[in-house]
Design a protein around this ligand. Sequence first.
Ligand SMILES: [Zn+2]
Length: 430
Amino acid sequence: MHMDAQTILTIIVAIATLNFALERWLDFLNRKNKKLQLPEELADVYDEAQYRKSMEYQQANDQFGAVSAAFGFLLTLMLLLTGAFGWLDGLLRPYVDNPVWLALVYFGILYVASDLINLPFQLYSTFVIEERFGFNKTNARIFVLDKLKGYLLTAIIGGAVLGLFIYLIITIGASFWWYFWIIASVLMVLINMFYTSIFVPMFNKLTPLADGALKQAIEGYSRKVAFPLDQIYVIDGSKRSSKSNAFFSGIGSKKKVVLYDTLIENHTTEELVAVIAHEVGHYKKKHIITGMVLSILQIGFTLFVLSLLVFNKELSLALGADQLGIHLNLIAFGILYSPISAMTGLLMNVISRKNEYEADAYATHTYGGRPLQQALKTLSVHNMSNLLPHAWYVFFHYSHPPLLQRLQAIRQEMRAKNSEQMVSFQDKNI
Ligand SMILES: [Zn+2]
């Protein structure tokens, strides 16, 4: 199938437009779904005033999201229709001969330009919206330092990976895809392994959890379910935001659990162990390994499709260039491929939501449903999450099921657990 540059540009613009329209439609459904009444189940953790505040928070974010999405869409459209991507390429070519360096300089300029354009939006989100609702804990110093570290990391790691990628494409030709697939897979595993020990400490301080009731409770639970716990850390998430979270990392037999200091502040020991039990559930049900395998397959497929298009000169011409540029083709491919990546993303979300239910069930059976429910409620109130997202919005965007569905599923698991215990109790009596 041969397509000329004009047709390709039309398809690219159509994809960007349809994607924008779909997002606006999902947002519209979500806004319509909002109820002013507080769901009965949450009456014990939410009062009316707090609930109203959370609705205001979501509304502020909705409006902000709509404005920044519209801005981004119009900017992309303008760049595509004026051939600005090709123009920049033509501007750089007389100065940079080497195609690898050309691509690095080209993407470097785009990265810095798009970050500068997005800066007002970032500042508004952090220092106006998050500030107004009491989430923001960051200050100008931390914000600037984060930016600088982010730039440095992107320049070093992103630059090295991108440079190698372009080099392989140019020197090996179309079969570059499986060379790079192996490299990307190894890199992904490495980053996952060293995430807590190298990357997190660049931005946050990790301190081992002090001895005490919480540590004993977590260690006791880990022993009970034979979870290879290596170390529990507390991360100073409170230096940026009062929102809380927990995660664990490490491959193989050494697991590091990381708890946000804000999480510890807002939850009881029982609730915190329930949160850990949920994370352990992900590990025991092999969600982390399967997630990684699926990501690796996804990367392989993407690279293969890319290998079919990366040398097609028409893609570069569609962006306004007068010759083939691998970097230009990467941008065109990014948009052309987005319907497929949206589909795989959707599938990943379906799997992820199923996994969340499984991890909840595991925590309910090995620890307790009630503290888990309590933890989820408190977390959702504290983070002011949307309690009633529209089903379609959830289908497209949520990696976790909405709170009320999770609470209901945990209730069912608790009933199942109780009837199991009744049966074994009766057995003993016979
Ligand atoms: Zn989870």
